[in-house]
Design a protein around this ligand. Structure first.
Ligand code: ADP
Length: 543
């Protein structure tokens, strides 16, 4: 493995590009890159909330792992009205809400409120888009402290969908004992927010010298404790796995739109993979809730510490090392082009390039580190994360150069469990229709002509739904989406607006069925007519 840094970019082709920020760090036409186009935009608080909400509209029960959320400022009155209605119907409900600025990180600008009228909508904040969501008041506590989990997930491929989850993660602790929110303690960030970057400034922060103590521990050490208390750790893992798969299913439709726009079919381009950081909160009843997804999770394995009064320096962090080194090592093993080349009989060298690299791990360390995932976890989730041969295609076989390496800590969960989750992938199929009618390559928005062609080719217009009504539908929905003020430089209908129009059409055509059935029927209808059209064109072409 030859790993070099090219801070100014590099023209010669590489096998793997390791970008520090996004897909667009450097122009690439081949190899593999560790970022998907559009991922940074997709995991922003507002975009993620929207994508999950679309799925909640279709499958409310399956997507109840994400707190009820509203987008500010545009849904402020909806938020006020809905909260009032819910309070009226259940006077015992005394909610707390958390307001998070869009695009913020590390707890920046976050605050808690008891009443919708406490939102800081005045002055400059008004223009700052944010998400307000129901605050989870009863989190699971360990040592009386609130904590969250950072899990690393490898999205190895979008088409076909391939997802891996790391067997171990980090648990990040608050530094003040937790109390349920009251007007008196709402502002106490060390009690309510688990961000490392905040709690490090608390006098109570304890740098962990083992994986099971201090303010940052391994998730497996928490699982050990829970299982010794008799908790069903196997069920917890299976819930976490389905949370991760469902979240990625919510993100894939828009990611595919970005992908075809940056890497059009038939043009030379790289393939992509990406390590994502999932932030998950466990409720008291052990139900995992998704807080957010990070497109660029920190891979630091050191932390800053005051070595002597006023003197700060970087010292190794054993907990970070334990978890992160294994994630990077396994990612490189899984995307290793040598593996493919070996199969094809080539012996070309592997070159890897990194830009503005955040990985502090030494490259030789990557290959010799032992993954020490606790045995009881792999036993507990046997059915979901079994360690059988199917999990390690091509690995650890006698005689292979990898025979001496530790077993993989990244476990494949998709397509492994595809059968259980494929029924949720309706919006993916709507996105495929959208992409088909986008026309000119390189765009992410559908023009009015593209929308009309979609309606005509899918035979959706009839005497009760004229082409004039089609145009009105297009204009109404597009105008509303484009007035919402996020990245709307390009005119036209974005995927989310198309999805809304599609749901409208489905409701019109198949009245009084649940929404997901209406949408599934309309997709079948469209796909059927498009397949018939393609066949006709093929026959005519031949003729
Ligand atoms: P940031 O990107 O700024 O870290 P997060 O969405 O991760 O924003 O929120 C910061 C912290 O606030 C989380 O780590 C968690 O401790 C707490 N938090 C966020 N959302 C909720 C919620 N809905 N209920 C309870 N705690 C939450």
């Amino acid at each position: 493995l030859s790993l070099s840094q090219f801070p100014l970019g590099r023209r010669l082709p590489c096998d793997i590009y390791w970008h520090g920020v996004s897909f667009h760090d450097n122009d690439i036409f081949s190899g593999q890159v560790n970022k998907f186009p559009g991922m940074t935009e997709m995991v922003r608080k507002i975009t993620l909330s929207r994508a999950v909400r679309t799925m909640q509209d279709l499958f409310p029960l399956e997507y109840n792992f994400y707190p009820r959320s509203w987008i500010l400022p545009e849904e402020f009155s909806l938020f006020v009205d809905q909260v009032r209605m819910m309070k009226d119907s259940d006077p015992a409900w005394k909610p707390t809400f958390i307001v998070k600025p869009d695009g913020g990180c590390q707890g920046d600008g976050i605050y808690l409120i008891k009443d919708p009228s406490d939102i800081r909508l005045s002055g400059s904040v008004q223009s700052r888009p944010a998400v307000v969501q129901e605050y989870i008041c009863k989190p699971l506590l360990v040592d009386k402290l609130k904590f969250d989990i950072r899990l690393y997930v490898l999205l190895k491929s979008l088409e076909p969908l391939e997802i891996y989850i790391a067997k171990d993660g980090l648990s990040r602790f608050c530094t003040e004992p937790y109390q349920e929110p009251t007007l008196k303690n709402l502002h106490q960030v060390f009690m309510h927010l688990t961000n490392y970057s905040l709690n490090i400034h608390s006098g109570n922060f304890i740098h962990s010298d083992s994986v099971s103590t201090g303010s940052k521990r391994t998730f497996s050490s928490i699982l050990c404790r829970l299982s010794s208390r008799g908790a069903d750790v196997k069920k917890l893992w299976s819930d976490i796995i389905s949370l991760v798969i469902k979240t990625i299913i919510a993100l894939t439709p828009e990611l595919k739109v970005y992908y075809q726009s940056d890497i059009p079919v038939g043009k030379p381009g790289p393939t992509c993979f990406q390590i994502l950081g999932f932030d998950i909160l466990l409720m008291k009843n052990l139900k995992p809730m998704l807080l957010e997804v990070n497109a660029n999770p920190s891979m630091r394995i050191e932390h800053e510490q005051e070595l002597s009064p006023g003197v700060f320096g970087n010292v190794p962090s054993p907990v970070d090392e334990e978890v992160k080194v294994a994630v990077i090592r396994d990612t490189l093993r899984l995307v290793d082009p040598q593996k493919k080349k070996r199969k094809e009989g080539h012996l070309a060298g592997l070159h890897m390039v990194s830009y503005k690299n955040k990985i502090d791990v030494k490259s030789n360390y990557l290959m010799c580190y032992r993954c020490q995932a606790l045995e009881h976890i792999s036993e507990a989730d046997e059915e979901l994360l079994d360690t059988g041969q199917t999990d390690r295609p091509g690995y650890d076989s006698a005689g292979s150069p990898e025979a001496d390496l530790p077993s993989l800590c990244l476990k494949q969960v998709f397509p492994k469990y595809a059968k259980q989750f494929n029924y949720l992938r309706l919006v993916d199929r709507v996105a495929a229709l959208f992409i088909r009618f986008l026309g000119v390559k390189g765009t992410t928005k559908l023009g009015p002509t593209g929308f009309r062609t979609f309606i005509r080719n899918c035979k959706l217009s009839n005497s009760s739904f004229s082409m004039a009504s089609v145009d009105i539908l297009y204009i109404d929905i597009t105008r509303r989406w484009n007035s919402m003020g996020i990245e709307h430089k390009e005119p036209g209908m974005c995927l989310q607006a198309f999805v809304e129009a599609f749901f409208c059409l489905a409701q019109k055509k198949y009245k009084s069925l649940p929404l997901h059935e209406q949408v599934a029927l309309l997709i079948d209808f469209c796909e059927y007519h498009l397949a018939a059209l393609d066949e006709k064109r093929l026959v005519c072409g031949r003729g």
